[in-house]
Design a protein around this ligand. Structure first.
Ligand SMILES: C[S@@+](CC[C@H](N)C(=O)[O-])C[C@H]1O[C@@H](n2cnc3c(N)ncnc32)[C@H](O)[C@@H]1O
Length: 348
């Protein structure tokens, strides 16, 4: 995977840590469902005292710490009253791509944590952990990333040329290519996890997909990415950034529809779907607040803009994004629901 796409690291005012409360609210909203599914569906060998947990696409915190804690609490609740619980130890593997800000993640680990922490750099589309080692895993707002931009998308002379910086859903040809890439990547993700998980282990996917029938451009996320694209186009017209570079700038993200993701998981066959639920998100949809929205999408996508066009151009882009977001508020108020699912898979 390209090493240029990562969340804004550090603990500064623009960082992902400071502006990922929307993503973090989903796992908290899903807590009861997670307790229930771990209590009834986790089916692992209880004679082992080591429980291994991984977060795939952990970023630099703090959402990953909440997700991991919710899982550990649920496991402790399940085995409450059993004498073996006091001997159980938890090991957590924090996975993200190698350019993730693992230093901030390690520096800010909760001091009172009851687990051993390990960083695992590498793409989750391949193996990152030993065979048959994992009991529980989570991946929150990460499985809509794809490993590469499909052929033709960046090429002005190709019938699949995509003028937009992402797959908004406005072109069928473009959507088909992104979907093929996505299907292949999710298949790779599931195959890798199938080798790493013990039988009966649970994998929780949060965020992940959109409701059937909703196009990405109809959601707040889609509208905000479109807004970043049109801001970059304006800067290219003013000669501030290079048009050719912009033509090649495509975000490796694709939000599929719920039924399509379900089908990919079923066709893969390594996991059984134990839950596939639309969650009532703790924050509802994104708040209609220009500052909140600009900073949230700067924290998650600004790093990739800066990596290609430089820090100054990134700051200019987001000044424009702020202006455009303010004008777009009435449109954003009518946006359709975003990616708010809890999917629970049990390893066969
Ligand atoms: C939007 S962030 C979500 C972070 C965190 N899970 C949360 O809920 O706030 C997506 C994360 O997935 C990571 N990611 C994307 N593709 C990846 C890949 N192929 N392998 C590992 N991590 C990846 C990104 O680097 C980023 O940190």
């Amino acid at each position: 995977m390209s090493t240029t796409y990562s969340m804004l690291g550090g603990e500064g005012p623009d960082s992902y840590r400071e502006h990922s409360k929307y993503q973090g609210a989903l796992v908290i909203a899903a807590k009861e469902n997670i307790n229930e599914v771990i209590s009834t569906k986790l089916d692992i060998d209880t004679s082992s005292n080591l429980i291994n947990i991984a977060d795939f696409g952990c970023s630099s915190g703090p959402n990953t710490f909440n997700a991991v804690q919710i899982i550990i609490d649920a496991v402790e609740l399940k085995y409450k009253g059993e004498s073996s619980l006091k001997d159980k130890e938890f090991q957590v593997f924090f996975n993200d791509s190698s350019n993730n800000d693992f230093n901030t993640l390690f520096k800010t680990l909760p001091p009172a944590r009851k687990y051993f922490a390990t960083g695992v750099p590498g793409s989750f589309f391949g193996r990152v952990l030993p065979r048959d080692s994992l009991h529980l895993g989570v991946s929150s707002y990460s499985l809509h990333f794809i490993s590469k931009i499909p052929n033709g998308i960046k090429d002005r002379d190709s019938p699949a040329w995509n003028e937009e910086i992402h797959c908004s859903g406005s072109s069928e040809v473009v959507e088909k290519l992104y979907f093929e890439q996505y299907k292949n990547d999710v298949g790779g993700f599931l195959n890798a996890r199938a080798q790493e998980f013990v039988s009966g282990g649970l994998l929780l996917l949060l965020g992940s997909c959109r409701l059937n029938g909703i196009q990405f451009f109809e959601s707040v996320e889609g509208m905000m990415v479109d807004c970043i694209g049109s801001s970059l186009n304006e800067l290219a017209k003013q000669g501030i950034i290079d048009q050719q570079k912009l033509d090649a700038f495509k975000l490796p993200i694709y939000a599929t529809q719920a039924d399509d993701l379900k089908q990919i998981i079923e066709d893969n066959g390594s996991f059984t779907i134990e839950a596939f639920e639309k969650i009532t998100h703790g924050k509802g949809e994104y708040p209609l607040d220009t500052n909140y929205l600009t900073l949230a999408f700067k924290a998650s996508l600004g790093g990739s803009v800066a990596a290609l066009f430089g820090q100054d151009a990134m700051e200019k882009t987001y000044e424009l994004v702020r202006e455009k977001t303010q004008e777009m508020l009435p449109q954003l108020a009518k946006a359709k629901p975003g990616m708010q699912f809890l999917i629970v898979l049990r390893k066969n």
